[in-house]
Design a protein around this ligand. Structure first.
Ligand code: FES
Ligand code: FES
Length: 202
């Protein structure tokens, strides 16, 4: 089962090596395209590159090296530390954010590859001082202990309710199946998501 995040079982080293191969492929495609059209291929780096991303509804302009992941950018440059880095290799989903409303593992995505897609982090889920119903339900149902997995769990759970407003327990299990909670709060999380869906229905 999967929460929709792309989480191949590869090491960070092989991921970055793969990204390099992919980048080479893109460069070759770009060169073929350039040969046909006369357009210059897109080449990033080796130094910092300017980038403007849409984060929680606001345009944010940064200067980053091409190997920086979205998770690193959010935490280290934009000070959005609600997004956690657990495994840093696509295996725990602690780093889950939304891209155009869909949950993704931000440690597995290079920031330069985000493009024009809208990024939503846990900091962008509430509306002003009003928490998202899933956030409210996690508090009410004691669905966190250390809280390290919580932002990612909330992002995937909230995305589920956007997609399936009245999910079954099986839907909820599937949505959070890629998330690791070392504190074992899974039963409370399922209760919280069910409660949030009922609150939205009411
Ligand atoms: S999946 Fe990204 S930190 Fe574990
Ligand atoms: S609440 Fe501690 S890891 Fe989930």
């Amino acid at each position: 089962m999967s929460n929709g995040c792309h989480k191949p079982s590869v090491s960070r080293r092989s991921f970055l090596a793969g990204a390099g191969v992919a980048a080479t492929g893109v460069a070759l495609v770009g060169e073929v395209h350039a040969a046909v059209t006369g357009d210059a291929p897109t080449v990033y780096g080796p130094g910092s590159v300017p980038l403007t991303l849409t984060v929680n509804g606001k345009a944010r302009t940064v200067s980053i090296e091409p190997q920086v992941t979205l998770a690193e950018l959010l935490r280290d440059q934009l000070d959005l530390t609600g997004t956690k880095i657990g495994c840093d290799r696509g295996a725990c989903s602690a780093c889950t954010v939304w891209l155009d409303g869909a949950p993704v593992a931000s440690c597995m995505l290079l920031a330069v590859d985000v493009g024009s897609r809208a990024i939503t982090t846990i900091e962008g889920l509430a509306t002003g001082e009003t928490l998202h119903p899933v956030q409210e339900a996690f508090i009410a149902h004691d669905a966190m202990q250390c809280g390290y997995c919580t932002p990612g769990m909330v992002m995937s759970s909230a995305a589920l309710l956007q997609r399936i407003p009245q999910p079954t327990p099986e839907d909820i299990h599937a949505a959070i199946s890629g998330h690791v909670c070392r504190c074992g709060t899974y039963p409370h999380i399922v209760e919280a998501v069910q409660a949030a869906s009922m609150a939205r229905k009411a």
